[in-house]
Design a protein around this ligand. Structure first.
Ligand code: SAM
Ligand code: SF4
Length: 466
């Protein structure tokens, strides 16, 4: 059965237990066709897709969950590492082979920005190429396509606009993403983001808090503030709210139970953020603070703007907090010129910090970045060897840390139900995954106390506590 949503809603959600993409369309918009939207990459891309879907829905398109059923196919792409970028071209190749009827094809996001009009030469069946800094022009671009234009582009990065939509089609009915700062003004020598997402642009605190109020009214109880460097937030309005003040204000919003934020850049991470976390239990006790390398020399060539010691000072400040604050990180192995000793420094730093989770990557040379032409590339097998060592160490650290939590109680925000009877899963405030048993039904979206009975490196296992 198809369900229509009222256009007056400014946030739709779809969850496998709530509403599937097939059921999503706006009843009183002109009906234009169907779209399929696939997303690659980070949470910011996922949230951009939620907003892009909102734009399409409000223009009268209906969302479907297969390429075959769609008249308009969109890929929201990632180019942070080469493999991610390649995936998109293989998808575009598959489309040419499988598609018998004419469909419109759009490439959005970082690959669109990076490759630009070259995409039309490589895949002439593509109709729309649009980078994230031009999403606010999407309605115009769609209008041109609807009027019969064959190729349209939005590739400007010279903008001070943020992408705000009247309608966002959110995928998760309880935790909402909310981008507070777009783009990046840092210049890490390995990274395509400043090039593909443009300069830093912060949303005004009023508009963020307005959206947050709407989210609370719609029943969301958890929000995750997003930004490539979320803590570099600079309120463009006369209120000039600091990032930590924004966190405190968000935590006061009636109905909101958890406020998360990611990703924090070490340079802009100050004590005021720790104090905000200490001040209110609704601000989650988790900080994602990517280090990238434990070697000051490598950090300098990465242009990360901090040394090993400066990073460790920030960690000490977090560790000294009166509240336990979980720290997670991103690490790159095999950056050009990284010696065995420098790699050991990264391992040493991991031992010192005891991250509660990491994302680790083999360095991938990217177009338009200074690191691409750096000497002393590390061979692929060596990068793989270092990655395996690093992951093994992290596994050990997480195993030890999680085992210490056996017997403890956590409040879990329940976000999943297993196919196995009475089994549920969710996250703690410090973003640990907890799988637990409960005889109760209808726990999805609720917050429940859980006693931890055992642990694996990646999750805690427990039971619903009285
Ligand atoms: N803005 C965040 C920061 O400064 O930490 C990270 C954003 S980036 C989308 C996510 C992660 O991808 C980075 O932290 C880095 O570890 C990794 N990454 C970025 N460029 C990379 C590259 N060329 N090769 C390998 N990993 C890369
Ligand atoms: Fe990329 Fe560095 Fe900006 Fe993060 S801070 S998005 S790694 S340039």
């Amino acid at each position: 059965m198809q369900k229509a949503f009222d256009i007056g809603l400014d946030s739709l959600f779809a969850h496998k237990d709530a509403a599937t993409p097939e059921s999503c369309f706006i009843a009183d918009a002109p009906q234009r066709g169907t779209f399929y939207l696939e997303t690659f990459g980070c949470q910011m891309n996922e949230h951009d897709s939620e907003k892009v879907a909102g734009v399409l829905l409000s223009r009268g398109y209906r969302q479907v969950d297969s390429v075959e059923a769609a008249s308009f196919i969109l890929y929201n792409t990632c180019s942070i590492r080469e493999k991610a970028a390649q995936k998109v071209f293989s998808r575009l190749g598959e489309l040419r082979e499988t598609s018998s009827e004419p469909k419109k094809i759009g490439v959005l996001g970082c690959v669109a920005q990076q490759e630009g009009e070259k995409i039309f030469h490589r895949s002439p069946w593509v109709n729309l190429v649009c980078g994230s800094a031009s999403y606010s022009k999407l309605p115009e671009l769609l209008e041109q396509l609807e009027a019969g234009e064959k190729r349209v582009t939005g590739l400007d990065t010279d903008t001070d606009e943020t992408f705000e939509t009247e309608l966002t089609r959110r995928d998760n009915p309880w935790r909402a993403y909310l981008t507070i700062i777009e783009g990046c003004d840092k210049a890490c020598s390995y990274c395509v983001v400043p090039f593909t997402r443009g300069p830093e642009r912060s949303r005004s605190s009023d508009s963020i808090l307005r959206e947050l109020r709407q989210l609370a009214d719609l029943g969301y109880t958890e929000v995750q503030f997003l930004g490539q460097t979320v803590n570099s937030y600079a309120d463009p309005s006369s209120r000039k709210m600091k990032f930590s003040e924004l966190l405190r204000a968000a935590a006061e919003m009636p109905g909101m139970r958890r406020v998360r934020f990611t990703t924090s850049h070490p340079r802009d991470f100050g004590r005021d953020i720790v104090e905000a976390i200490e001040s209110n239990d609704r601000i989650c006790n988790h900080v994602h603070l990517p280090v990238q390398s434990g070697s000051t020399r490598v950090l300098r060539t990465m242009q990360r703007t901090y040394s090993r010691d400066e990073y460790l000072e920030k960690i000490a400040m977090i560790h000294e907090s009166k509240k336990h604050i979980a720290i997670t990180s991103d690490i790159i192995v095999g950056f050009p010129g990284e010696t065995e000793r420098e790699f050991d420094e990264t391992l040493g730093l991991m031992e010192a910090v005891k991250y509660e989770g990491i994302f680790a990557f083999k360095y991938s040379p990217r177009p338009n970045t200074p690191a691409q032409s750096m000497a002393d590339a590390i061979p692929e097998e060596e990068k793989s060897r270092r990655l395996a060592i690093l992951l093994e160490l992290q596994r050990k650290i997480q195993t030890e840390a999680n085992e210490k939590l056996v017997g403890d109680f956590f409040e879990v925000h329940v976000e999943g139900k297993s196919r196995r009877e009475n089994q549920w899963s969710g996250h703690t405030s410090c973003y640990r995954v907890v799988n637990f048993s409960s005889p109760q039904s209808d726990l999805l979206g609720s917050y429940v106390p859980v006693k931890v009975n055992s642990a694996t490196p990646n999750c805690l296992i427990g039971e619903h506590a009285p």
